[in-house]
Design a protein around this ligand. Sequence first.
Ligand code: AMP
Ligand code: GLY
Length: 422
Amino acid sequence: MRVLIVGSGGREHALAWKIDQSDRLTKLYCAPGNAGTAGIAENVNIDAEDLPGLLDFARQQSIDLTIVGPEDPLCAGIVDLFTGAGLRIFGPSSGAARIEGDKAYAKQFMKSAAIPTAEARIFDNYEQAREYVATRDCALVVKASGLAKGKGVLVCSEPAEALLALDKIMIEKQFGAAGDKVVVEERLSGPEISIHALVDGRNIYVLEPTQDHKPIGEGDTGPNTGGMGAYSPAAILDESTMRQVCSEILVPAIDAMTRRETPYKGVLYAGLMLTAAGPKVLEFNCRFGDPEAQVLLARLQTDLLDVIEAVIDGNLEHITLDWDRRAAVCVVLASEGYPGAYLRRKPISGLDPAGELEDVVVFHSGTAQAQGRIVTNGGRVLGVTALGEDVSAARDLAYRAAGMIDYNGVFYRKDIALQAIS
Ligand code: AMP
Ligand code: GLY
């Protein structure tokens, strides 16, 4: 099978690494990929958002299956374009992907489907948003409604901070047009969990729970990022809460999408907070999380091509996923300055010895090749991922490997997965 992966992050390297293990694979391309995918696939210099360019390439190269990693091309309609052209592609249509691409829509969607989520108000008028915030005396979260690479959510402790957040999003336009509309919602509290489900339009198959670490700083401080580390399994989710997540969140969401004539196909990711009043949705995403994909795919033993084909063909009921019973931990190595402006083009050392450790995979995110060397090329640079008998062992190994890698401006959180073992 000739496969094209769209995207260039750690999630896409993990997808490529997993698919490379399939007996059914004959040729693997990544567009545009990174220095890590270059080792196992042929990188093609087409941007993940160049939809016509990707379609031309898939036609010319007789691609049998295209797998889309990031949300931007999904929200822009890559699946509609490819399926319209008779090509097989994994991911939701743009109508279904709107659940991630438009947070205001997602809020209304959840409300109409009675899916538990934070109480919220939506504004496209700055003055009205200010007036509303000024009348509140509770902690609020201000979210740019559009896509902002995980950074457009500002968690505030008091209304004064929420007013500043409105300025950043609506006046300074720190997230561009994504901030034309905002969602202002009550701040919830409780542990967070990421639930991924495969959905074939009808059937839902829930994957192993994972936990992400969104803020940049240790102890969950500082601004939000795309994710600074993850681990799986996440034992915090007991069986009865998992059943509640399925019956109160996943099933109503999939049913509502079908009723709206945007049936869901692909990976549905629900970011949840386990509040005292039960699990509530913080966000839906229309694809695998990054770095959640790194720990999930490190543990998945079933052929991913079989799984993806079952989703596309509506045959999920015939699939059983086998998981490595061991735990996986991924520590993200970032560039100084991230999630703001960051250093680039810094040569990376220690990749080989770290990657040669048994049960360690170093997934690349923002990396590139320059003059025969691998250099940094993004805010999140690497996802050092390790398997171990339990979360504690996997964590020790991931940090051992991370400590072998160096570049100018390297930094990472030292408390990834700590909450799972202390
Ligand atoms: P989101 O991209 O909407 O998942 O938000 C990113 C992060 O912001 C989440 O992982 C939470 O840590 C935090 N967050 C979002 N919404 C809320 C909320 N209503 N209450 C508390 N924290 C939130
Ligand atoms: N790690 C969070 C996300 O992928 O949205």
